[in-house]
Design a binder for this molecule. Structure first.
Ligand code: CAA
Length: 279
């Protein structure tokens, strides 16, 4: 299937980043969110990224304008979904919310439209089964920041057809990214099944006073060569995402400190404060 219009649901760090990647690859993109301020913030993030590339001489001003002109921002679900060939959902990591969103999407989507979720690890099978097209439903899991991270997990739910997986692989390649097919729909897929327990265990180390957050980060960065230590990466990924994972996936340890941070709305870089101060 030839993709012309991509609809991205959610203008947060992931949604706006995915929209930028798709528009850079030449697709027309509609980004939909529920509040104008979320759309404005997403648009500003994309503009900043493109401007940075221009100022570094990696992109011309014209190219940046052209990419931006392919991204349309709207509050209207019908406008966003109508005629889309692919819908990529990037709303908060709450199963019921995602199901509600897809229930609305399918009112306006054409029958051949492929549905994808950027979930960090919720069941693709369960999400797909809640729609009218489980065979055309797959996971397309990008990593933060989407414009930089090369990997995209392409996840098969129990009823996802081979044709849909093939479509996902080709689409990811068309973005200049590297697809990896996840054949079994386990919580967290390949990456987050390993990464999220690691991050929450590092948070548990902070809570238990095993070492300071700076020491824990330095250990993993300088000894293991990771670009960010686990506490900084937790702030970068978003403590809400880790908290929701700890509530919904049985492989993630519970953490009182993580819960406290979540309830205090100290979610990391996105709110200016998490374990570190980002303001
Ligand atoms: N958006 C777009 N581009 C960004 C960016 C952002 N938020 N942050 C950095 N960049 C770009 C920079 O512009 C720069 O681009 P050029 O090479 O073209 O100049 C490049 O990334 C490197 O950035 P910096 O030199 O500023 O900084 P850095 O070398 O420290 O790299 C980083 C920053 C790429 C974020 C790096 O620290 C890193 O790789 N961190 C780990 C990120 C990671 O593990 N992500 C996965 C998280 S897990 C996840 O997302 C899954 C989930 O479901 C929870």
């Amino acid at each position: 299937m030839k993709v012309k219009k991509v609809c991205v649901l959610g203008a947060g760090a992931m949604g706006s980043g995915i929209a930028q990647v798709c528009a850079t690859a030449g697709y027309e993109v509609w980004v939909r969110d529920i509040k104008q301020e979320f759309l404005d913030r997403g648009k500003a993030a994309i503009e900043k990224n493109l401007q940075k590339a221009v100022s570094k001489g990696k992109m011309t001003e014209e190219k940046a304008k052209e990419i931006l002109s392919r991204i349309h921002f709207t509050l209207d679900m019908e406008e966003a979904v109508k005629d889309a060939d692919l819908v990529i959902e990037a709303v908060p990591e709450i199963m019921d919310l995602k199901k509600q969103v897809f229930a609305e999407v399918q009112k306006y989507a054409k029958p051949e439209c492929i549905f994808a979720s950027n979930t960090s690890g919720l069941s693709i099978t369960e999400l797909g089964n809640a729609t009218d097209r489980p065979e055309k439903f797959l996971g397309l899991h990008f990593f933060n920041p989407p414009p930089v991270m090369a990997l995209v997990e392409v996840i098969k739910g129990e009823k996802t057809s081979d044709e849909t997986i093939k479509f996902g692989v080709e689409f990811v390649k068309s973005l200049g990214k590297v697809p990896v097919v996840v054949k079994k729909d386990v919580a967290g897929f390949i990456v987050n099944r390993i990464l999220v327990p690691y991050l929450v265990l590092a948070i548990d180390d902070v809570e238990k006073g095993v070492a300071t957050k700076e020491e824990i980060d330095a250990t993993m960065m300088y000894k293991y060569g990771f670009p960010m230590g686990p506490i900084e990466l937790s702030d970068f990924v978003g403590l809400d995402i880790l908290y929701h994972a700890s509530q919904q996936w049985d492989i993630v340890p519970q953490s009182k400190l993580l819960e406290e941070k979540f309830k205090a709305n100290e979610l990391g870089m996105k709110t200016g404060k998490g374990f570190y101060d980002w303001s």
